[in-house]
Design a protein. Structure first.
Length: 419
């Protein structure tokens, strides 16, 4: 018995000491403001993959400047044979250097294609960074919305508990039937389940934000409200659809494909190999200079298949560029319209919320005074909960419209340009 009591005391002491130790940053942390968080994401896998694409293009462009390597050959003739016929007296040793010479502007075409590849990779990098900033902003906002849903669910739970308390008092006073208390308890349980679901959604939202930001430590809070920034109207200047990143990427890839066609066409031109050597004769008193030229005959391989493939790639790139221009024009008009509609929807949702709040307040007063049935109070509270949800949905829609517009403008949701 005494041993059991001693173990309990020790466990209680250990538990008390553990509770006194503050939670370290390795277990949780607060996400910094969005602009700072985006600036800290240079080492995330998505950004590193984009940078690797640019580095690859630079390596290919560097290799395109390389010239063909020379080759060295050594030939020995008559170094063995019949001594009676004096074959060894005719021994010859030749040291020869062969240098391929590219004709038809092959190197210049490769260099131009390499430079075009760098431009295309840079445009893809910028477009990818904008897409990443957009996804990060949406994940940041989803985490904030999940926190707000928990707050709304908790507030609704408090209201439901208050309604149940009033219902019990009225049932106890004989002014309401027992069924009304059961209905109020059912509503309370329903709201409690919704609160647990909101907490689970919050965990999911913060896990996605942490993974997208490349943070090994999960975030458990936010230091900035992105939704709070949406109260001010965005600065909308003239948007040129032809300067959006999707159009610039498509145009750069079309130019790179055109350069590749030129490269394949130049490869159909035969190269010349210049030969220069020194030949030493056994019976001669000095070396002899030998020279020659080697030219392949394009009877069978004229690179026609590669040229046709490159032209097909160019045709596809031109079609994608045309489609990107059409999409950019349509997306620009749609983004402006969606921002305007989202702002109006958010304003309407705020007015609806104010009306629902007042309606619930009046229904609560009337029910406590015994002038209205419980069903009206429950309906008013459900309308208030729905209005709160609509307000959050409107804020989410408005942020989504703002992020789309910001991407077309080449900036983040907070206005920072993406290079």
């Amino acid at each position: 018995m005494n041993g059991s009591i001693g173990r309990r005391r020790r466990l209680a002491l250990i538990g008390g000491l553990a509770a006194m130790v503050p939670a370290g940053p390795a277990w949780s942390q607060t996400a910094p403001p969005f602009a700072q968080l985006l600036a800290q994401t240079k080492d995330t896998p998505r950004v590193l993959a984009l940078d690797a694409d640019v580095a690859r293009a630079r390596g290919l462009a560097q290799q395109a400047r390389a010239r063909p390597n020379p080759s060295v050959s050594v030939y020995a003739e008559n170094f063995t044979g019949d001594l009676i016929r004096n074959a060894r007296n005719q021994e010859q040793t030749t040291f020869q250097v062969d240098q391929p010479i590219e004709l038809g502007g092959k190197r210049a075409a490769r260099i131009a294609a390499g430079e075009a590849g760098i431009v295309a990779a840079r445009e893809r990098n910028r477009d990818g960074r904008l897409a990443y900033a957009t996804d990060l902003a949406r994940a940041y906002a989803e985490a904030e919305i999940s926190e707000r849903r928990i707050g709304l669910a908790q507030e609704e739970l408090d209201n439901a508990a208050g309604d149940l308390k009033v219902a019990r008092a009225l049932v106890g006073a004989g002014k309401e039937a027992w069924l009304r208390q059961v209905q109020a308890e059912t509503e309370l349980n329903t709201v409690q389940a919704a609160l647990e679901g909101a907490r689970a959604q919050r965990t999911v939202a913060f896990a996605r934000l942490s993974a997208l930001a490349g943070s090994p430590t999960p975030y458990t809070g936010l230091s900035e409200s992105l939704l709070g920034r949406l109260t001010a109207r965005p600065v909308i200047g003239p948007i040129d659809p032809m300067q959006t990143t999707t159009v610039r990427v498509a145009d750069a890839e079309r130019e790179a494909a055109a350069r590749q066609v030129a490269v394949q066409q130049r490869l159909a031109i035969p190269n010349v190999t210049a030969q220069l050597g020194v030949r030493q004769l056994r019976v001669a008193s000095g070396p002899a200079i030998v020279a020659g030229v080697s030219v392949p005959l394009p009877f069978f391989d004229r690179n026609r298949g590669n040229i046709a493939a490159a032209r097909a790639d160019l045709q596809g790139a031109e079609a994608r560029a045309a489609a990107a221009r059409l999409d950019a024009e349509a997306n620009t008009r749609a983004a402006l319209a969606l921002v305007e509609a989202a702002d109006q929807r958010a304003a309407a949702a705020e007015r609806t919320l104010a009306t629902a709040t007042e309606a619930y307040r009046l229904a609560r007063i009337a029910y406590e005074a015994g002038k209205s049935p419980l069903i009206e109070l429950l309906a008013a509270r459900q309308s208030l909960g729905a209005a709160r949800g609509v307000t959050l949905d409107a804020a989410s829609t408005r942020l989504d419209a703002r992020t789309t517009l910001a991407r077309l403008q080449g900036v983040t949701i907070t206005g920072e340009p993406v290079q």
